[in-house]
Design a protein. Structure first.
Length: 515
RNA sequence: GGCGGCGUAGCUCAGUUGGUCAGAGCACGCGGCUCAUAUCCGCGCUGUCGCAGGUUCGAGUCCUGCCGCCGCCA
């Protein structure tokens, strides 16, 4: 089958540093991407993240530090890229909206949309909030002339601008959502989207006059204007990967973009549901492209019960957690603790609890005791063919849960296997049998089975905990690259294979480390 | 103003279409084992499932009202 997936995180607006909330999104998308890579093969999956670098707010932030916008965004964008890399986020593309390739693609899109006749020019006068980068109708303003979001004065601005006809596509979009239950998920967000599409839409203003703001992509048909930042940013999902293979051939790139969007799984936060459920589909249609495959909407990550945000000052640097607790720990925590789609709470105390209970006591200790026994009773050698009676459909159950975005449930399934395996040790008592040489064969069989379970665990864990998975494969004397792929298949350990002595993968944390 | 969600053991939460669903994990207590990171295994513990009514043979599970949080739209 020619099934493909194009998985994207939001294109992060880089006027601030990455925090645990944005990391959560990148991590969820990464688990999903890693899962599909194993399922479909590397060549059939692309995974993209990136930064959104145009617009007034960025220009002002740069100005405040006395920097040229591009110099400023070079720096900010690198922070995101490095943070994701530090967390093991395995993107294939990290797209910057200031990338010349992206800009070229956006201009092509503008040309096509213009030719299709869905752009028009008109004068517009309204009350504008610089921070929101949008106009407000008078009745939405709070306290007379204040922006309802930022509580600061709006400016009256009159200017000609280009608009995109989106009301024209509203019925079509609504039908699509109504007829495709999985298109927006979880379902609560699908219902909200349908609600938003119940009333007529105001056409989207997609330009800014250069006289007011020149930090943007120039319209190919009017050099006095640049695109509005939102309109530009959506296309980061497609621009660079579409042009990557055929830098010179716009028609080929356009066909590639059509393929990519049709298999796109967007991961976004609920704050940008409207832009993605209501605006993005008509924008695509106006450009003559198919719709994306799915929108996967997640909730907020609170910190100690409070909304995590730059303004409340409780943002945390996600990478510092990896440094303090070790690789994969933040990944494990947010995937295991939070229900995708719902708001969740993040706290260091919970993280330590999870770490000790699940990682140190269950997973780490299990690996340790199995490898120790293999060493002590079999000199680190596999001496029997692992039993065929081992759990076989776990693979399927875990996979289904990941596809449904039930990351928490998938991990619970995996931990059930650890519990069963621990139980198996208690029931069979290999450490007792080993005291009598007559039981050697039985002990060797039990250990072969246990090592095989460890091997399967290493495979199941890879999407969630890539470093841990890697280490487990190494401890098992296997090659993380080549052997990981067959982890869950029947190709298990063979007699004669040697494994290594245990190391403490997750040392218990007795006191809170200074993070 | 309109629409929607949430409120279940000390803590964090699961709970499909109404009938062994009153649950899981953590924490706590007792017992077992000693291969293992004082880890593992077994048993136990606490709840009027926000409040008040209603439908039903039977309701966390449906309906109404109320209280307390929180979203979205306008």
């Amino acid at each position: 089958m020619s099934e493909r997936r194009h998985i994207t995180t939001a294109i992060f607006y880089c006027n601030g540093t990455p925090h645990v909330g944005s990391a959560y999104e990148a991590l969820a998308a990464d688990v999903f991407a890693r899962y599909w890579r194993r399922r479909l093969g590397r060549g059939r999956v692309t995974f993209l993240s990136g930064t959104d670098e145009h617009g007034d707010k960025i220009r002002r932030a740069a100005l405040a530090e006395d920097l040229a916008p591009k110099v400023y965004t070079d720096r900010m964008s690198a922070l995101f890229r490095e943070a994701w890399q530090g967390l093991g986020v395995s993107f294939d593309y990290f797209v910057r909206t200031t990338d010349p390739i992206h800009e070229r693609f956006v201009q092509e899109m503008l040309r096509r949309t213009h030719e299709n006749g869905d752009l028009y020019f008109r004068d517009y006068e309204g009350l504008y909030c610089v921070d929101c980068e949008r106009f407000y109708p008078e009745k939405e303003l709070s306290g007379g002339q204040l922006c309802p979001v930022h509580n600061r004065p709006v400016e009256r601005i009159s200017e000609g601008n280009y608009f995109l006809r989106i009301e024209k596509y509203r019925e079509q979009v609504r039908d699509h959502i109504a007829k495709n239950p999985g298109f927006i998920r979880p379902e609560r967000y699908r219902n909200e989207a349908l609600n938003m599409l119940a009333e007529p839409l105001t056409d989207l203003c997609i330009s800014r006059p250069k006289s007011r703001l020149d930090w943007g992509i120039e319209l190919p048909f009017d050099s006095n204007y640049v695109t509005y930042v939102w309109y530009d940013a959506f296309w980061a999902y497609l621009s660079v990967p579409a042009l990557a293979e055929n830098p010179g051939d716009m028609d080929a790139a356009w066909r590639r973009a059509a393929e990519l969007i049709a298999c796109s799984e967007h991961f976004i936060g609920k704050d940008i549901l409207k832009t993605h459920a209501v605006y993005w589909p008509p924008i695509l249609m106006a450009a003559g492209l198919p719709l994306f495959r799915r929108l996967n909407v997640h909730g907020w990550l609170n910190f100690g019960g409070q909304r995590m945000s730059k303004s409340s000052g409780n943002v945390r640097d996600p990478v510092s957690y990896e440094r303090a607790f070790g690789p994969d720990v933040l990944r494990y925590f947010v995937m295991r603790e939070l229900v995708y789609g719902l708001d969740g709470d993040f706290s260091e105390e919970r993280l330590v609890q999870r770490y000790n209970a699940d990682l140190a006591n269950d997973l780490g200790n299990f690996a340790s005791r199995v490898l120790a026994m293999a060493q002590r009773y079999c000199q680190g050698e596999v001496r029997a063919v692992p039993g065929a009676d081992l759990e076989t459909n776990l693979q399927e159950r875990v996979g289904r849960k990941i596809e449904e975005l039930d990351f928490k449930g998938a991990l619970e399934e995996i931990w059930l296997l650890i519990a069963e395996a621990n139980n198996y040790i208690v029931e069979t008592e290999p450490f007792k049998l080993a005291k009598d040489p007559a039981n050697a064969a039985r002990v060797e069989q039990i250990l072969a089975n246990l090592l095989e379970i460890l091997r399967m665990l290493a495979g199941f864990l890879e999407p969630f905990m890539p470093v841990t998975s890697w280490r487990l494969f190494e401890l098992l004397g296997l090659n993380p690259e080549s052997d990981a792929a067959k982890a869950a298949s029947g190709e298990g350990l063979k007699p004669g294979h040697r494994v290594k002595p245990p190391i403490a993968l997750f040392p218990r944390i007795d006191r809170k480390p200074a993070a």
